[in-house]
Design a protein around this ligand. Structure first.
Ligand SMILES: Cc1cc2nc3c(=O)[nH]c(=O)nc-3n(C[C@H](O)[C@H](O)[C@H](O)COP(=O)(O)OP(=O)(O)OC[C@H]3O[C@@H](n4cnc5c(N)ncnc54)[C@H](O)[C@@H]3O)c2cc1C
Ligand SMILES: *[C@@H]1O[C@H](CO)[C@@H](O)[C@H](O)[C@H]1NC(C)=O
Ligand SMILES: *[C@@H]1O[C@H](CO)[C@@H](O)[C@H](O)[C@H]1NC(C)=O
Ligand SMILES: *[C@@H]1O[C@H](CO)[C@@H](O)[C@H](O)[C@H]1NC(C)=O
Ligand SMILES: *[C@@H]1O[C@H](CO)[C@@H](O)[C@H](O)[C@H]1NC(C)=O
Ligand SMILES: *[C@@H]1O[C@H](CO)[C@@H](O)[C@H](O)[C@H]1NC(C)=O
Ligand SMILES: *[C@@H]1O[C@H](CO)[C@@H](O)[C@H](O)[C@H]1NC(C)=O
Ligand SMILES: *[C@@H]1O[C@H](CO)[C@@H](O)[C@H](O)[C@H]1NC(C)=O
Ligand SMILES: *[C@@H]1O[C@H](CO)[C@@H](O)[C@H](O)[C@H]1NC(C)=O
Length: 541
């Protein structure tokens, strides 16, 4: 049976390759895009002429002079930049109005074009602008960036194409004692980030970005605009952690702002293996998730020269973010983690928005405007993620350090869970990783040139396989926002798209996967909104 399935897979693969070949050598692409453009014109009553300046601003074909620069504008991972080997959209739409998005959905469906929706473009596998199933178009929400902050009522409406940096900046303009619990990288888009979860320095206190969403506006498969009330609680549940791309085009979020003190405290302590990093790390494994929720004590590991300069070692950095004064941080650390030796002199007090600058890699004294700079210094990278429920043994750690030292360009981020994250139930929203997790790991490896890609990806896969006995099991959980297309790709004996999808589905969503499939089947039964790792539709038998 297994052998038969295997052959069947080859046959399917062959047919797929042939059909891609056939399609790319035929004119069917240009016919469907022509029809699509006609359809679009008829849905944009005021701009029916394709030579209309508004239309030409919204619609970029491969012939448009700004097609390439726009496509590349938010590509974060150079693995998906190569112009000759990466599939390109037939058309990029940059809608200005909600009605443009509605028309794009209706006309794509009519002409069997796939849609990719892009907000910040930070998808680790490029799924917001690359598609293996052709032909496809990209809806780029670059013109959906407006943010309206209401400090009195402590909420904000944020359009999906806005970045985290823009949101933080707009909040800080109005208040220095309000913030929002989302990620650290200012160029990340809220469209992808919030719909996949979204965590950062204050998530042990306030939960995820997705936990703080009050309402949303989205375009569904019929081209209708829905809000929380009209979409219903099932769909509203699904787009908070289940990813937006399986369900429609999210236009905007209404989010609840949270309160932060006038000053917070940060500190940074780095130790190499020779300086006792392993035992400090070992202690951190148990206290990171137990310590007071005002403290986010996160760890990064990277390879560095050892002190004598001849060998490589691992440097483990402990960075604290504390919602309070330096004095209180020091006493909290003396109580819980005296081994680290944190002193007042290692701490800096600053406003919350300055800490945002700090965690974004800027200096706390830089002007806030750097947060709205969208220019990206992109590199090649591959990432994977894990969750850890039992401390990794010392021998497990030694083996990990060895592997890191043998590799090149790795960067691991260890984020303690616990606090508010343990209080919210696994099924509250679609994001499932809650109580029982000590911390999450993000494995990253960076490189500079395309010819190194295979080496580094191979190294990362070996690292991931080494870590298997040390991390969560059944399922080995993973974070959707650290998307990894390796998951589910090598499931050799999988015989239906559903069981294949359940491989990543269970890792990303655990028990919530089933409900996500039910919601998907209800709202998009023909599976129009799909990608390499979207929620599958349950076939009726
Ligand atoms: C440098 C860097 C730092 C990061 N830091 C953090 C961090 O601190 N914390 C954290 O939790 N994550 C972090 N991430 C991961 C980040 O949360 C995800 O990559 C997120 O999905 C990016 O959202 P985006 O809108 O920028 O990406 P996109 O590539 O635009 O979108 C990602 C996915 O969401 C879909 N999508 C986007 N917009 C919409 C929409 N409007 N409607 C429907 N579907 C949509 C896309 O089709 C795609 O499938 C980081 C990523 C990078 C590259
Ligand atoms: C692009 O330009 C070519 C040659 O000028 C033309 O034949 C083709 O129709 C154009 N395609 C689109 C999508 O406008
Ligand atoms: C792009 O990809 C092709 C095929 O994989 C490869 O031969 C070429 O060197 C790549 N180009 C660049 C600029 O990296
Ligand atoms: C350099 O330091 C490393 C790690 O401390 C040690 O293993 C190695 O023997 C040292 N090499 C020399 C030449 O001193
Ligand atoms: C921490 O502070 C102490 C005392 O001010 C100082 O000696 C030490 O170098 C600092 N450590 C770091 C990592 O900054
Ligand atoms: C915040 O910290 C700065 C720098 O330490 C200090 O000058 C200021 O008085 C503090 N403000 C408050 C309200 O504690
Ligand atoms: C934006 O950031 C880029 C990359 O870091 C930098 O080169 C550029 O000067 C910045 N632009 C502004 C206006 O600050
Ligand atoms: C990869 O290409 C770069 C230049 O782009 C070159 O310097 C390097 O030596 C190459 N590496 C390998 C392993 O071929
Ligand atoms: C599909 O594969 C699973 C094992 O992965 C097997 O249990 C099941 O019977 C198979 N279904 C069909 C229809 O072949």
């Amino acid at each position: 049976m297994a052998v038969l399935n295997f052959k069947l897979e080859y046959l399917v693969l062959l047919i797929t390759i042939l059909s891609i070949f056939f399609r790319s050598t035929s004119t069917s692409n240009s016919i469907s895009t022509d029809n699509f453009l006609q359809c679009l014109s008829s849905h944009l009553p005021h701009h029916s002429d394709q030579n209309d300046p508004v239309s030409s601003e919204i619609i970029l074909t491969k012939n448009s002079s700004s097609y390439s620069s726009l496509l590349q504008s938010s590509i974060r991972n150079l693995r998906f930049l190569n112009t000759s080997s990466v599939p390109k959209p037939e058309i990029i739409l940059t809608p200005f109005e909600k009605s443009h998005v509605q028309a794009a959905v209706v006309c794509s469906k009519q002409n069997e074009l796939q849609i990719r929706v892009r907000s910040g473009g930070h998808d680790y596998e490029g799924l917001s602008y690359v598609s293996d199933s052709l032909p496809f178009i990209v809806i780029d929400l670059v013109n959906f960036q407006s943010i309206r902050v209401d400090i009195e009522e402590e909420f904000a409406w944020v359009e999906a194409g806005a970045s985290l940096g823009e949101l933080y900046y707009k909040i800080a303009e109005k208040s220095r004692v309000h913030g929002f619990p989302a990620g650290s990288c200012p160029t990340v888009g809220v469209g992808g980030h919030f719909s996949g979860g979204g965590f950062g320095t204050i998530f042990r206190k306030y939960g995820l970005a997705a936990d703080n969403i009050l309402d949303a506006e989205m375009v569904n498969v019929h081209g209708e605009i829905l809000n929380r009330k009209s979409m219903g609680e099932d769909l509203f549940w699904a787009i908070r952690g289940g990813g937006g791309s399986s369900f429609g085009v999210i236009l905007s979020w209404k989010v609840k702002l949270v309160r932060v003190p006038p000053n917070v405290t940060i500190s940074h302590m780095g130790k190499t293996l020779e300086e006792g990093a392993t035992s400090l790390f070992n202690k951190w494994q148990t206290i990171g998730s137990q310590i007071h929720e005002d403290l986010f004590l996160h760890v990064t590991t990277e390879v560095s020269e050892s002190i004598n300069g001849t060998d490589k070692t691992v440097k483990v950095s402990f960075t604290s973010f504390f919602l309070g004064s330096a004095e209180n941080l020091v006493s909290l650390m003396e109580e819980n983690f005296p081994e680290l030796g944190l002193q007042l002199g290692n701490c800096t007090e600053m406003s919350w928005i300055q800490s945002v600058l700090y965690f974004a890699g800027y200096s706390a004294d830089d002007p806030l405007e750097v947060l709205v700079n969208r220019t990206i210094n992109a590199g090649f990278f591959k990432a994977k993620s894990d969750y850890v429920t039992k401390p990794i043994s010392l021998t497990g750690l030694e083996g990990l350090w060895q592997r890191l030292v043998q590799g090149e360009g790795s960067f691991l981020i260890w984020s303690p869970y616990g606090g508010r994250m343990s209080e919210i139930s696994e099924s509250e929203i679609a994001f499932p990783h809650r109580r029982g997790n000590l911390y999450g790991i993000q494995y990253l490896v960076y490189w500079n040139s395309e010819n190194e890609t295979d080496n580094h990806i191979g190294w990362m896969r070996e690292l991931y396989s080494y870590m298997e006995p040390h991390v969560s099991k059944s399922p080995r959980a993973a974070y959707l926002n650290y998307r990894d297309l390796d998951i589910g790709m090598n499931e050799r004996f999988v015989n239906t798209s559903y069981s294949k999808a359940s491989t990543w589905g269970l890792k990303y969503f655990k028990h919530n996967f089933k409900r996500l499939v039910r919601v998907k089947t209800k709202v998009d039964p023909c599976n129009f909104f799909r990608n390499e790792q979207s929620i599958p539709v349950l076939q009726s038998r």
